[in-house]
Design a protein around this ligand. Structure first.
Ligand SMILES: *[C@@H]1O[C@H](CO)[C@@H](O)[C@H](O)[C@H]1NC(C)=O
Ligand SMILES: *[C@@H]1O[C@H](CO)[C@@H](O)[C@H](O)[C@H]1NC(C)=O
Ligand SMILES: *[C@@H]1O[C@H](CO)[C@@H](O)[C@H](O)[C@H]1NC(C)=O
Ligand SMILES: *[C@@H]1O[C@H](CO)[C@@H](O)[C@H](O)[C@H]1NC(C)=O
Length: 416
């Protein structure tokens, strides 16, 4: 019940910060209602804290090699990526993890069973990791809870959990993505905790990212095992794939929280097969759903549009909000949707999303986002540099949202 007390204390702080200076809260005041709604959400979410290793209090941010480079990844590309992250200042926006995916290891273990880097593509793994750390960034690796990784590209960690965890800790790895191919057929909830415990025993905090594609209702047991868990099959750089992953992930909102996150897979922003509006929608949904923000494009060749999307600090702040509630969809009217998420400062973020094929006006009612209709609010446009659009009561209409596009507003109650 310690959690519940902490939650209540935090809620009282919130109430004080945001409902003052109005004297005592009258039962009908917007703040009262907000307080009650948020408290209920908190109690529901009280048990959903992830793995106890001190990591992932907000969703992880960084880059992963897979979506763009797949098995063509090399140490040279990773070094160039690190340099580009620093030159472009992506780290200043929060992107810290530099994560290798499949295909970094040699096809067989050393004679003593130690996992070894591919000598051609990763001739100096420890040097690379030290380079990443010297830039103030963190380093991630990939393995698998089976005999091989997916595509049988390299040995998996099944039966070698302790040996591999010790190797990673010795190399000073900060993050492990753990896949679910080529297994012995046992349930993932049996195999994944073995690596969790092996990582824990090394004494090095290593972010543990479960990648078992949502099987066996992973959101129910994932919070006890990892810092994040894949809820979907692989994403692809196509509108339909991206949006279907968002749809699967959306309903799982009650299971995420500080320390453990639902993971609808890595970002495709900048890979070229979606439009600017579609990538903005992709990023907005991932931020609102508290998804890990792992850039999946070639950062060394990133366009200005891609940069603009991935470095919008107002939208990133929604993802990194310390309250850690995953947003959800509260209204569907044909192809017009409203999504919302409560923020720690008492504001709410509303996303008006047009799934349709032509532009559409979308009206956000306060009741869609957990505020009473009588509330007066200031509305800020997060994709327009958080410019205030105006003060409204009851609702606000986002005009002419393009096909597959969004309007993302922060809504702040004001005392009248
Ligand atoms: C793998 O990555 C390379 C380099 O980006 C790309 O040319 C190739 O199409 C990718 N292959 C697959 C199967 O995605
Ligand atoms: C190992 O687990 C214990 C108990 O959950 C936790 O207190 C500790 O911080 C963990 N250590 C690491 C390195 O993850
Ligand atoms: C997942 O949960 C649903 C609803 O609780 C249940 O019907 C289903 O059998 C579960 N699936 C697995 C594989 O456990
Ligand atoms: C959406 O989440 C809020 C908490 O943020 C919760 O109160 C509400 O019931 C949820 N609505 C749906 C439709 O899941």
């Amino acid at each position: 019940m310690e959690n519940d007390n902490g939650v209540c204390n935090m809620m009282i702080m919130l109430e004080l910060n945001h409902c003052m200076p109005s004297p005592a809260l009258s039962p009908a005041s917007p703040c009262r209602e907000m307080f009650v709604t948020l408290s209920i959400s908190f109690l529901v979410l009280g048990g959903a804290i992830g793995l106890d290793n001190g990591l992932g209090k907000t969703p992880p941010m960084g880059w992963n090699s897979w979506n763009h480079f797949n098995c063509t990844i090399t140490e040279k590309i990773v070094r160039a990526t690190v340099t580009a992250i620093i030159e472009k200042g992506l780290d200043k926006h929060g992107y810290k993890y530099v994560n290798l995916d499949n295909c970094w290891a040699a096809s067989s273990r050393a004679s003593d069973g130690t996992i070894q880097p591919n000598p051609t593509t990763f001739p100096d793994m420890k040097g690379l990791i030290d380079f990443v750390h010297s830039k103030g960034l963190k380093f991630g690796l990939y393995s698998d809870a089976g005999y091989y990784t997916c595509g049988k590209r390299q040995p998996g960690s099944l039966g070698y959990e302790t040996k591999d965890a010790n190797t990673y800790a010795e190399w000073e790895v900060d993050y492990l993505k753990y896949d679910n191919c080529e297994t012995d057929g046992s349930k993932p909830e049996v195999r994944y905790p073995v690596m969790r415990d092996a990582l824990n025993k090394t004494g090095r905090p290593i972010f543990y990212s479960l990648c078992e594609t949502g099987k066996d209702n992973v959101s129910l047991w994932g919070p006890k095992v990892g810092n994040s868990w894949r809820t979907t099959r692989d994403i692809g750089d196509y509108w339909d794939k991206m949006i279907s992953r968002a749809d699967v992930n959306a309903d799982l909102w009650p299971y995420a929280g500080p320390g453990g996150w639902n993971d609808p897979d890595m970002l495709e922003v900048g890979n070229g097969n979606m439009t600017f509006e579609e990538y903005k929608t992709h990023f907005s949904l991932w931020c609102l759903m508290k998804a890990p923000l792992l850039i999946g494009c070639d950062i060394t060749k990133m366009s200005d549009d891609t940069f603009k999307i991935l470095t919008n600090d107002h939208v990133i702040a929604v993802n990194q909000d310390p309250l850690g509630i995953q947003g959800n969809r509260t209204k569907q009217d044909g192809t017009n949707e409203i999504w919302q998420v409560p923020m720690k400062d008492g504001t709410r973020v509303a996303l008006a999303f047009n799934r349709g094929d032509s532009a559409s006006d979308i009206t956000i009612q306060w009741t869609d986002i957990g505020f009473p209709n009588s509330a007066s609010v200031n509305v800020y446009d997060l994709w327009d540099d958080k410019k205030m659009i105006g003060k409204f009561t009851g609702s606000v209409t986002a005009k002419a949202i393009p096909s597959h596009g969004v309007a993302m507003y922060q809504v702040e109650p004001v005392s009248t």
